[in-house]
Design a protein around this ligand. Structure first.
Ligand code: OAD
Length: 232
């Protein structure tokens, strides 16, 4: 089976009611990213940072996977699908996708501030100041903040190097190193980009599917079905 690597961003979860970041009405219009999603913010005002992520977690618990997430699960019948997501939600997991790499962390997890290997599931929506790891250190959201390194980027690059087909869904490709992952796909790899808006990218070989994720993944399915001659 061909390796189909899918890079997803906030847009794939938009139809589930999760806000994107950079659009009108997006999260970074409402909040200053450096005030809620940076190590400096955690240092200066941990209450605000906790509140921001608790709020996001509450919303996530009410959300459900959409057609876009589910369509990617369907593709597993015909391709070896690997998802590399910038999203911190668990909607790919809940839709049933098997191979998911979270580049920017996971909202439903907390990790120790003294030992980054100590990672825990958060029960419910709330993480509090005073919640500690087994060594007694404060827990923080398991999120890659601005200015922090992206520990899984090498793993993601290796996945992209093995891609036969790349799919990009719902990301403005503004944030590096994630946006640079397309460059790791072997030269000539077909790239399908699903987004209802224009996304600037210098890569060649891109087929744009200018649709929302739900419709776009369905169109992608039909294109691939034709090209790789499989029957659903
Ligand atoms: P952005 O908010 O930058 O981009 C969202 C993209 O989704 C835009 O290109 C939209 O046009 C598109 N979009 C909107 N609705 C859609 C729909 N229904 N279907 C498909 N696409 C849709 O979000 P990201 O590119 O994911 O990092 O942002 C990257 C990172 O920046 C995030 O992971 C986050 C943020 O700061 C951290 O928090 C560490």
């Amino acid at each position: 089976m061909e390796n189909l690597v899918v890079l997803t961003g906030a847009g794939i979860s938009a139809e589930s009611g999760i806000k994107t970041f950079r659009e009108m009405g997006g999260l970074w219009e409402e909040y200053d990213v450096m005030e809620v999603a940076s190590p400096q913010a955690w240092e200066k005002n941990p209450e605000l940072v906790m509140r921001f992520y608790n709020e996001r977690r509450k919303k996530l618990l009410e959300a459900l996977p959409n057609e876009g997430h589910r369509g990617l699960v369907e593709l597993e019948k015909y391709f070896n699908v690997q998802i590399v997501t910038q999203n911190v939600d668990d909607l790919h997991e809940r839709a049933g996708s098997k191979n998911i790499l979270h580049l920017h962390g996971e909202l439903k997890k907390a990790r120790s501030t003294s030992d980054s290997n100590l990672i825990y599931e958060i029960d419910g929506w709330e993480l509090k100041l005073g919640d500690t790891c087994e060594k007694g250190s404060q827990l923080r959201p398991h999120i890659v903040w601005f200015g922090e390194t992206v520990p899984k980027i090498s793993e993601a690059a290796i996945i992209c190097e093995k891609a036969d087909i790349m799919v990009v869904i719902g990301t403005s490709l503004n944030v590096y190193p994630a946006a640079g992952l397309l460059d790791y796909a072997p030269h000539g790899t077909p790239i399908y980009l699903i987004d209802p808006n224009d996304v600037g990218t210098k890569n060649n070989n891109i087929t744009f599917i200018k649709e929302k994720a739900g419709t776009g993944v369905q169109q992608l399915f039909n294109i691939l079905k034709e090209k790789y001659s499989f029957n659903d």
